[in-house]
Design a protein around this ligand. Sequence first.
Ligand code: PSU
Ligand code: MN
Length: 314
Amino acid sequence: MPRPADPASKPPLSLSAEVAEALAAGRAVVALETTAIAHGLPFPDNLALAGRQMAAIRAAGAVPAVIGLWRGRIAVGIEGDRLAAFAEGRGFAKVSRRDLGAILASGAPGATTVAGTMICAALAGIRLFATGGIGGVHRGGETTLDVSADLTELGRTPVAVVSAGAKAILDLPRTLEVLESEGVPVVGWRTDAFPAFYTVDSGLGCSARVEDAAGAAALLDAHWRLGLGGVLIANPVPAAEALPRPQVEGWIAQALDDAARRGVTGKAVTPYLLARLAEISGGLTSRSNQALLEDNARVAAEIAVALAAREATA
Ligand code: PSU
Ligand code: MN
C-alpha cells in the first residue's frame, strides 16, 4: 500500500498514444479541461468547441490533451466517443483537488476543473493548459469563504494556465489579491489590463506582461528554474466577441439574484451562473465564452511550442 507522497507510487495515468509519443519526444503538448466542456457549455456546442480548441492547438504545432477521469484512471488525451460522453455528461462529477481520490476510487467518470486538471497535467509532465476563465473569490466571498481551489492550486502546481482572466461573475479585485498572496504571476498577453472573461479590461492590472510566445517561454523558464508554482497567462477575449461591460454587469446582477433566490451554493454556483447568463443574454455570453476558449487554446499552443524549442536548444 503506497504511503501518501511515496515517490515510488505511480499515479494512475492513461496517456493516449499520441500524447505519450509527443511527451517522450519533448514536443509541445497543451492540456484542456473537461469541466468547461461538461458543466460550462451546453451540448452540442461544447463538443464542437472542444474540436475547434484541438484544431487550434494542432494548427500551432502542438498536441492537444483533453484530461478527465475515466474508470478509475486519469485519462490524458480524450477524443472521439469518450469526448462526446463528457460533452453530454452533465451528470459527471465536477472534480477539483479534494475530489480526485474519491472519484478515482469510485470509478465514476469525472470532469476536472482548472485545479483538478493542473494536478493531472503536472503528473503527466504537461506544462501548458488552456481554459476559459479561472475560478476565484466569489462576490460576497469575504463572508461565504467561497474561494475557488483554482487559486491555491496556481500557488503550488507548476503549470501555466492560459485564460481570459478570471470569470466576470467573481470579485476580481479580491481574486487578484489572493493570487498575489499565493505568489502567482499574472502575465498579460500583449496587455497590461487584467481581462474580465467576456470583456477585455476589468480596470485592474496584471503583474507582468509579455509580447510573444518566446517572451512567455522565457518567463516560465525563469520562474520554474526557481522551483516555483503556477502562472496565470491572461489573454483577453478576441475583440469581435467581446461584450460591453455595463450590459454584462446587468446580466450578472440578475443571475446572482436568481442563484440566491434558488439557494444555489458550493460547486453548483459557477455552472448555474454560466448557464443562467447564457439564457439571460440570449446566447451572447455563450458565444463569447466559446471564442475565448478557442483563442486561449491557440495562445497556449504557441507558448508550448516556444518552450519546447527553448528546451531543445538549451
Ligand atoms: N472556464 C470556462 N468555463 C468553465 C470553467 C472555466 O470558460 O466552466 C470552469 C473551470 O473548470 C474552473 C471552474 O475551474 O469553472 C471554476 O469552478 P469553481 O468556481 O466552482 O471553482
Ligand atoms: Mn466555490
